[in-house]
Design a protein around this ligand. Structure first.
Ligand code: ATP
Length: 365
């Protein structure tokens, strides 16, 4: 239930038409964004699209070249203002965790609480150690902790001074795959338990979809789409977003009244998102994710394609099918031995949600 923006609070952070260039090279341009109280928002995009720069602008580690940033209704950048990072009430967790090596876990967590009264500080540190499940590791030095434990301590340290907002820059990239998946769940739980607003940065789509309340997909210094994970995945606004978030095949079709004719047969117009009457007669491209279609071995009269690629992924198998129409489509199945390479197959659209579409030949709708 916490995954819809409706259940989160008012706007705590606003970026208005932010621009940032380095030596004339634009890195972020006309970027606007509102972040709601208590939500986890992820900036997702390919390397170099400006994610980290956007995070650094929010933290106050960079000054915008144009536009304004407002935190809790106060101008913190732009409009002649610039509030330095230490006065923004923002905690940052970097990729490399950067714990102080000569300080114990407990001392690392206490680091930002030097102004606090002793009793309150001790209580706060114990509370945080407990929150991240390391109450028995307070006396360990960082090199006596595993990678996952170090990350928990880094998170506890950032959360200890009760920041208004937590920024996470590729927080999982130094962890091995199994730990990364476990820590995503942990970090989401910890953030939700504290109620802090969090913005994270990643180029890993699975991480973004699993940890976030909303995902902002960035491309070339701008946000292409911002929405809940299910919608950016199933209803991408652009082919870039469609392709960046997972395997995307495009199936061409022509709208005829209440259905779309494709090389995989008819798809009902009502099963395609926002495909109104006025598109009758139009040529479109339907977005097909690998689990939107089912392929099965078929005889010549039924088959409509041939398997040209097969990759075993453990729980699933990914197939690429060259259709008799000349189109190529990817399918995913969780049974491994039914379909073989080179085999003739029948592919059917079996999606249980509305398909997304784009006008044929055009980049975007
Ligand atoms: P990655 O996932 O690779 O970290 P990113 O989306 O986070 O990429 P940024 O780190 O924001 O991208 O960088 C965007 C562009 O800005 C890059 O081309 C980078 O080289 C450039 N850039 C970033 N910081 C500076 C700087 N201080 N001076 C000059 N160029 C910079």
């Amino acid at each position: 239930p916490s995954r819809t923006p409706e259940t989160t609070g008012g706007v705590v952070l606003e970026l208005d038409d932010i621009g940032k260039h380095f030596g004339g090279e634009p890195v972020v341009s006309d970027l606007s964004l509102s972040v709601h109280d208590g939500e986890i928002l992820t900036l997702l995009g390919p390397s170099g699209c400006g994610k980290t720069t956007t995070l650094r602008l929010i933290a106050g580690l960079e000054k915008p070249s144009a536009g304004q940033i407002r935190l809790d209704d106060n101008d913190v950048a732009g409009n002649g203002q610039f509030v330095p990072p230490e006065e923004r009430g923002v905690g940052v967790v970097f990729q490399e965790f950067a714990l102080f090596p000569h300080l114990t876990a407990r001392e690392n967590v206490a680091f930002g609480l030097q102004e606090w009264d002793d009793t309150e500080r001790d209580a706060r540190v114990e509370e945080l150690l407990e929150l991240v499940g390391l109450e028995t590791h307070g006396d360990h030095l960082p090199d006596e902790l595993s990678g996952g434990q170090q990350q928990r301590i880094a998170l506890a340290r950032s959360l200890a001074p009760e920041p208004e907002m937590l920024l996470l820059d590729e927080p999982f990239s130094n962890l091995d795959v199994d730990l990364r998946v476990e820590m995503r769940e942990e970090v989401r739980r910890i953030i939700k338990e504290t109620g802090v607003t969090a913005i994270s940065v990643t180029h890993d789509q699975e991480e973004a979809l699993s940890i976030s309340d909303r995902v902002a997909v960035m491309n070339e210094g701008n946000i292409e789409q911002i929405d809940v994970p299910e919608r950016v995945f199933q209803q991408p606004k652009s082919r870039f977003v469609a392709g960046f978030l997972g395997h995307a095949s495009f199936l061409s079709g022509e709208v005829h009244g209440d259905h779309v004719t494709t090389s995989l047969g008819r798809v009902l117009r009502d099963d395609v998102n926002g495909l109104a009457h006025q598109y009758d007669g139009s040529e479109i491209d339907l977005l097909i994710r690998p689990d939107d279609v089912t392929a099965y071995p078929a005889n010549d009269s039924e088959a409509n394609g041939r398997v040209v690629y097969r990759r075993y992924l453990g729980p699933t198998v990914l197939y690429r099918v060259e259709l008799d129409s000349g189109e190529t489509i990817e399918c995913m199945h969780n049974h491994s031995d039914r379909i073989k390479l080179d085999e003739r197959v029948a592919v059917r659209v079996t999606a249980d949600h509305e398909l997304a579409w784009f006008p044929a030949g055009q980049r975007d709708r």
